[in-house]
Ligand binder design. Structure first.
Ligand code: VG1
Ligand code: CO
Length: 543
């Protein structure tokens, strides 16, 4: 075996977005493209001798090829050991768990998460640091700078290891340990939740459906739900990770998880439904004929955290991304703990979790998690809900409605305009930013603007500043419209419009969401001129 130094030249645009570098598979398959990025990660890390790396991905097309390349590069860079998931499979939360449990220097996650897969789909790569979480912006920017001036990468010419066989192998001086992708993660879940109570729930005839959407969470859900907790066989559907996700778009929302939603709406609906995304870090929670919004899910778990053994000591604080509804803020206030508001993307929760300032975190985009790892965690949220259902004996809908009755309801929706022209999207945002200063005090429809700004965040732990994180227009009654551009897409630009309205009166808690928010939708159009600028009369996805 020889370590080769291969000459290379930079590829433009290797800047990680909200969650890693995501491009079309065709872009990633260019000679040297993946290698340049990985070399830039390693150059940013410096000396890795004696260190352990964790490696795995969501099983999408190109996953295996990329794993083999990265293993040979890690060996050339002097890592003592790489822990790789069997078959090259590790969910994002499992990578975070394994990094922490084994004291690794960091990990590489191969995934474009909720983006479609397959030869014409997307691929992605993300570096996670030693706390198990996504690298913060200072690190991703340093990696990006390396990609701009790269001249060579280093790689072993050693043979591919057998990824299917558990146990130790070797490339150069580096030990390659193929690990069971599920076991460390399953052990952690068992420590956090009341498995006996959930087992008793299933034993009593409770039925659920978990839709793995042909992506990575299937093996985790099958082992834990059907294996350890006794859910009937068949409770997990689409449970085998496939290179093209079996044609599914593994973005768990009511539009994409159509099979699950139809089942939950049917006459013989199970008690509980859930779905996860490509890399297993998102969750959608569904009751019988009832969808739970992610923002409400965060608030409800926070309000009831004591049911789970792992959270019985209480919450230190709650953190949510800025566009996430403020339902969680009301729970934090009732609990007497702080609520932090961060920019979009899980990387912004890391410092708060490390510093012990927050216990639960969430995003409106079907992301929920806690200080047990440093990523959002789909199956964790499902188990938390199961624990809650087991502890209370109440159906999903009743739990949500009782929460609204106690705290009020934050009507919430996100309208996405996908794959619009990038120049038009940037012009729309620029025009909004120009109007911000004059908006306070103006009347828009039934609303009067309290304040309007471009969200900026100063990390309360390390002082890092992030600007231009979304335009928010906040009304005097607390209602909000937020505009931002997606940082995960690969086709043109995606405009996200986030709408929120608070309703205290329980008599008004049962309106259809879009009807309840119609006034704010009109305000958003009035403010941004979406139809004229994008040529779209309506959003492509509403969640
Ligand atoms: C989206 C979501 C954001 C989430 C990110 C990564 O980002 O809005 O909340 O953290 O995806 O999730 P954006 O920039 O497209 O709005 V995942 O499950 O794709 O890693
Ligand atoms: Co994801």
């Amino acid at each position: 075996m020889t370590i080769l130094t291969v000459a290379s030249t930079p590829f433009p645009g290797q800047r990680p977005g909200t969650s890693g570098l995501r491009k079309k598979v065709t872009v990633f398959r260019q000679v040297g493209y993946l290698e340049n990025f990985v070399q830039s990660v390693f150059d940013t890390l410096g000396d890795c001798s004696g260190k352990t790396l964790v490696l795995g991905g969501d099983g999408r097309f190109h996953n295996r090829a990329a794993v083999h390349t990265i293993l040979r590069m890690a060996a050339a860079h002097g890592f003592a050991k790489t822990l790789v998931g069997q078959g090259g499979i590790l969910s994002t939360p499992a990578v975070s768990c394994v990094i922490r449990k084994h004291g690794a220097l960091g990990g590489i996650v191969l995934s474009a998460s909720h983006n479609p897969g397959g030869p014409d789909g997307d691929f992605g790569i993300k570096y996670n640091i030693g706390n198990g979480g996504p690298a913060p912006e200072q690190v991703t920017e340093a990696i990006y700078r390396h990609t701009e001036s790269i001249t060579r990468y280093r790689i072993s010419d050693g043979a591919d290891v057998n990824l299917n066989r558990l146990g130790a192998d070797r490339i150069e001086q580096m030990q390659v340990e193929v690990i069971d992708p599920v076991s460390d993660y399953a052990g952690l879940m068992q420590d956090l939740f009341d498995f006996d109570a959930i087992r008793a729930l299933f034993a009593g005839g409770f039925r659920m459906c978990f839709d793995g959407m042909g992506a990575v969470s299937g093996p985790y859900a099958t082992t834990i739900l059907e294996g350890m907790l006794g859910a009937p066989a068949g409770s997990v559907i689409n449970g085998v990770p496939l290179e093209d996700f079996g044609g599914h778009h593994p973005d768990p929302n009511p539009v994409n998880a159509a099979e699950l939603i139809a089942l939950m709406a049917g006459a013989d609906a199970p008690d509980f439904g859930a779905a996860s995304d490509g890399d297993g870090d998102r969750n959608m929670i569904v009751g019988r004929r009832f969808d739970v919004t992610p923002s409400d899910s965060l608030a409800i778990l926070a309000a009831n955290a004591g049911v789970a053994p792992g959270y019985r000591a209480g919450l230190k604080g709650i953190a949510r991304s800025m566009p996430t509804s403020r339902a969680a803020d009301r729970v934090a206030a009732a609990l007497g703990v702080p609520c932090y508001e961060t920019p979009t993307g899980w990387k912004f929760f890391g410092t708060l979790l490390d510093a012990g300032k927050a216990t639960l975190c969430g995003e409106e985009s079907y992301g929920t998690g806690s200080d047990h790892i440093r990523e959002k965690d789909g199956l964790w949220a499902v188990l938390f809900w199961l624990n809650l259902l087991a502890a209370t004996g109440k159906p999903v809908r009743q739990l949500v409605e009782e929460h609204w009755a106690r705290f009020g309801r934050n009507y919430y929706s996100r309208h996405d305009y996908e794959a619009i022209d990038s120049a038009a999207a940037n012009a729309l945002m620029a025009a909004l930013r120009e109007r911000l200063a004059g908006l306070a005090g103006q009347t828009l429809g039934a609303y009067t603007v309290d304040f309007a700004d471009d969200f900026a965040y100063t990390d309360p732990v390390d002082g890092a500043v992030s600007t231009q994180q979304g335009v928010r227009v906040v009304m005097r009654d607390g209602s909000r419209v937020v505009f931002r551009l997606s940082g995960t897409g690969t086709d043109g630009a995606t405009l996200r419009v986030y709408l929120e309205r608070y309703e205290a009166d329980p008599a008004q808690h049962h309106l259809p969401t879009q009807q309840a928010l119609a006034g704010l939708v009109a305000v958003a159009e009035q403010l941004a001129g979406i139809a004229a600028r994008t040529g779209r009369a309506s959003p492509s996805v509403i969640t």
